[in-house]
Design a protein around this ligand. Structure first.
Ligand SMILES: [Zn+2]
Length: 209
């Protein structure tokens, strides 16, 4: 089961790369925790997204207030987890008590970034497209941030409504000048949230309104 989900994340990375939502080695990342477990897997830096394999994920133990790298595959011994791991591990902190798996997917979808750059408010706009936002709870947008994974994490948790039990109020949040963070119980649902929000952004940009 673990390998299946990691394979699916690899497929999602490949799809995102072909859409231009992640650029080869450095952009975009993902992690997954499993219901009832106290560890998660996270993508490493420096591997091209279109050739990502399950052995390129690091297994990480969840501690009270931090994380610890666990045994790895020889392929990942020299690799580091994504520098945006602060956005991931706190959302896996309560996985031991979750009933479902949790996948966190961070991508740079082009039309979302363009719409925010043009001054659109995706959260407000999405209310006008009830069918497009169906089954996808879109959080209020995050303004442009300085390059800081800790600040990105703080704002992401705040806007997703992450509570002390690890529950969230929204499925996806857009970050100005950067991308999105999507949370779901499986990789393809997480991708579908990105696709829905990007579709809304594309429609709005094409409309010119
Ligand atoms: Zn990013």
């Amino acid at each position: 089961m673990t390998n299946l989900i990691l394979e699916q994340i690899c497929q999602v990375f490949d799809i995102a790369y072909r859409k231009g939502w992640t650029t080869s080695c450095w952009d975009g990342n993902a992690s997954v925790s499993f219901a009832g477990e106290d560890f998660f897997y996270i993508s490493t830096s420096g591997i091209p997204k279109h050739s990502f394999r399950p052995e390129h994920f690091l297994r990480v133990k969840i501690l009270d207030d931090h994380w610890q790298r666990l045994s790895t595959h020889p392929c990942t011994d020299a690799l580091s987890p994504t520098g945006e791991i602060p956005v991931h591990w706190p959302m896996h902190r309560h996985s031991h008590s979750f009933q479902t798996d949790r996948v966190i997917l961070h991508l740079h979808p082009t039309h979302v970034i363009a719409a925010l750059h043009a001054g659109h408010d995706l959260n407000e706009i999405s209310a006008r497209f009830p069918n497009l936002k169906r089954k996808c709870r879109i959080a209020p947008d995050i303004e442009n941030l300085p390059e800081s994974a800790d600040l990105m994490a703080e704002k992401t948790f705040q806007h997703l409504g992450l509570d002390s039990q690890g529950c969230i109020q929204h499925d996806i949040v857009a970050i100005g000048g950067h991308g999105v963070v999507s949370v779901a119980s499986d990789p393809f649902t997480a991708l579908s949230y990105v696709e829905r929000v990007n579709h809304i952004a594309e429609v709005v940009l094409l409309s010119g309104k």
